[in-house]
Design a binder for this molecule. Structure first.
Ligand code: SAM
Length: 262
């Protein structure tokens, strides 16, 4: 660290998991970093891009499990930056989507620390690419709604907007409560047989797809279980999702890659 140099923090999107899905700008920020604070969702593949001379600190937050407090993370970033360090705060996907970028930026700027944001490939885009569907579709999927299945302190959620039959609902952190969410969507008029999918461990060797209907998805998710991240989509656009294994059949040894179509 160089105390005479002005430190700064870059909030960097690590993408869904595969190292070749981070941007060149993100790679350059990692190469220049003195300290990297990374989330639990960042994969070993991406961590390998951090230079050996940089200090790395895991500050993972894991849903309902034990995690690092946001205040602690904020103070740590500010302390390193004020000591002259180039700090990278490495987050899964895109920092601006359910990544607390606004909170971290506000805290750091209030402390006089310069902040840059480097976008990443979000889970929705990566899932669509990996599993062969598009988030929008002319005539049937005219709108996209990014939503979280979890609110701070369990505040109630209003699912009225997600009942729109022409919208693709992209649900983050929705796996644990999807039974209730699906009921709420159906109660507000979304058809039970609306195509729906769960994209599990997107862009990781254990990637898997469950393609089914809104009414059946929570049961299938419970049956399968998953320790990894799960992205859920609901809407006509999901109808096109397909077994990625089918494409890989005539390729040389593929990584373990399961898929389920029901
Ligand atoms: C805290 S949010 C972070 C989202 C992230 N900023 C993004 O843009 O993808 C974490 C949720 O994102 C989704 N997610 C992130 N990475 C994923 C992946 N590789 N596969 C499936 N879902 C993923 C899951 O719904 C997970 O619970």
């Amino acid at each position: 660290m160089q105390p005479d140099r002005e430190g700064r923090v870059a909030l960097v999107g690590a993408g869904p998991g595969a190292a070749d899905l981070i941007t060149l700008r993100a790679l350059r920020a990692l190469e220049a970093a003195n300290v990297v604070l990374y989330d639990a969702l960042v994969t070993a593949d991406v961590l390998m891009l951090i230079p050996a001379c940089a200090r790395r600190i895991e500050v993972g937050k894991r849903g309902h499990r034990a995690s690092t407090g946001q205040d602690f993370i904020n103070r740590l970033m500010a302390r390193f930056a004020k000591a002259g360090a180039r700090v990278v705060r490495l987050k899964g996907g895109d920092p601006s989507l359910f990544g607390r970028a606004a909170e971290e930026r506000a805290f750091l700027e209030a402390q006089g620390v310069r902040v840059d944001v480097i976008p990443g490939v979000t889970a929705a885009s990566a899932a669509a690419a990996q599993f062969g569907f598009s988030l929008t579709k002319r005539d049937t999927a005219r709108r996209v709604l990014f939503a979280t299945g979890r609110t701070a302190r369990g505040a109630a959620m209003d699912w009225a907007a997600a009942a729109d039959a022409e919208a693709t609902l992209c649900l983050y952190m929705g796996c644990g409560d999807f039974d209730d969410i699906a009921r709420a969507l159906i109660a507000r008029g979304r058809a039970p047989d609306t195509p729906a999918l769960a994209a599990i461990d997107v862009e990781r060797p254990s990637a898997a797809l469950i393609k089914t209907t809104l009414a059946r998805l929570s049961g299938l998710l419970a049956e399968r279980g998953s320790d990894g991240p799960v992205f859920i989509a609901v809407g006509e656009a999901c109808q096109d999702a397909r077994d990625a294994d089918a494409d890989k059949r005539d390729r040389p040894p593929a990584p373990a890659h399961r898929s389920q179509q029901i």
